[in-house]
Design a protein around this ligand. Structure first.
Ligand code: CA
Length: 318
């Protein structure tokens, strides 16, 4: 199996696939993405909300634009009923209402159509996918059929254009993790069909890295990043005076996509991931496997300090 080529060494077109709603670490992950993109001059081509949540894509767009990311195609999963209950709207609804009231829910194009259209414009092996949610949309993409615009199947297009997938997902060595059991059928399809190497930040990589905002916070309610953490962690209390911190699951996947192996991370030997019908996963050692696990090479505190600096960057306070 090939080694991973990080974005800081070779520029590639970035695709971010997020469930932005069930947890607030997707918000932190977009902050990390924006920070690296601007420092390295990288290009984000598409951001997709992988669930049916009507406010997810609006939140992702306003957050990306707040930190200066432009020229991105946005899409939303048009299938009904994927992770769109009230518990997935703790911050994205309020962010959409407050920071982007001009965007009506449901007006973004279909995520698979966006992916297919943008992928055709990429160089061969010139795209990288970062997934920080369930595999709901990626499974649809891999199963998509040739159409009148693009004469390739989703899997053929993906194999031609994509170099790697970096995901926050799974529990090592086995167990249940949200991005798997949140849509078990999709995860099964993804791990069965994915034709390119997969690099996984499993649950325990980000779980002990606690990042966010210190108290007293300098951020204001004009900062959608701070507000997302505040809404998610305090159930919307105003006059919050405590620290707003959360595990850094999704942030680690984004950081790895840029850093690769080196001072921050190393990789496991090749493995195969098997998904059970009950939403469990297990890792099996396999020299021919197309998965490797991302491992930390620095203490949790170093990661947390790095993420805190990005989140609390006062350049983005209005
Ligand atoms: Ca997520």
């Amino acid at each position: 199996m090939k080694q991973f080529t990080p974005l800081k060494k070779v520029k590639q077109d970035i695709f971010l696939d997020t469930d932005i709603g069930p947890d607030c670490d997707d918000v932190g992950a977009i902050a990390v993405l924006a920070d690296y993109v601007q420092r390295l001059g990288a290009t984000v081509r598409a951001i997709v909300n992988c669930t049916s949540n009507p406010y997810g894509t609006i939140a992702a767009k306003l957050l990306a634009e707040h930190r200066g990311l432009t020229g991105i195609q946005y899409g939303e999963n048009k299938q009904k009923g994927i992770l769109c209950g009230e518990e997935t709207k703790r911050y994205n609804f309020r962010l959409a209402e407050k920071f982007a009231p001009e965007i009506r829910p449901g007006t973004f194009p279909d995520a698979v159509t966006v992916y297919r259209r943008v992928l055709t414009q990429c160089c061969n092996k010139g795209a990288i996918f970062i997934t920080i949610g369930t595999y709901s949309t990626l499974a649809q993409l891999l199963q998509s059929q040739p159409d009148e615009i693009i004469p390739q199947s989703g899997i053929a297009l993906f194999k031609q254009k994509v170099s790697a997938v970096v995901s926050m997902a799974c529990k090592y060595p086995q167990g249940r993790e949200f991005n798997i059991y949140g849509d078990t059928a999709a995860a099964t399809v993804f791990f069965r069909l994915c034709p390119v190497p997969i690099f996984l930040s499993d649950y325990d990589v980000g779980n002990t890295i606690i990042s966010g905002y210190d108290a007293p916070v300098r951020q204001t309610q004009q900062d959608p990043y701070w507000e997302a953490y505040q809404l998610y962690l305090t159930a919307g209390q105003t006059n919050c005076t405590k620290s707003l911190r959360r595990a850094s699951f999704d942030l680690t996947a984004v950081q790895f996509a840029f850093e690769g192996e080196g001072e921050w991370f190393s990789l496991s030997q090749p493995e195969t991931v098997v998904i059970g019908e009950d939403g469990t996963n297990c890792f099996l050692p396999d020299p021919d496997g197309n998965c490797r696990r991302i491992q930390k090479e620095k203490p949790d505190e170093a990661f947390a300090q790095f993420y805190n600096q990005i989140l609390q960057n006062s350049d983005f306070l209005s």
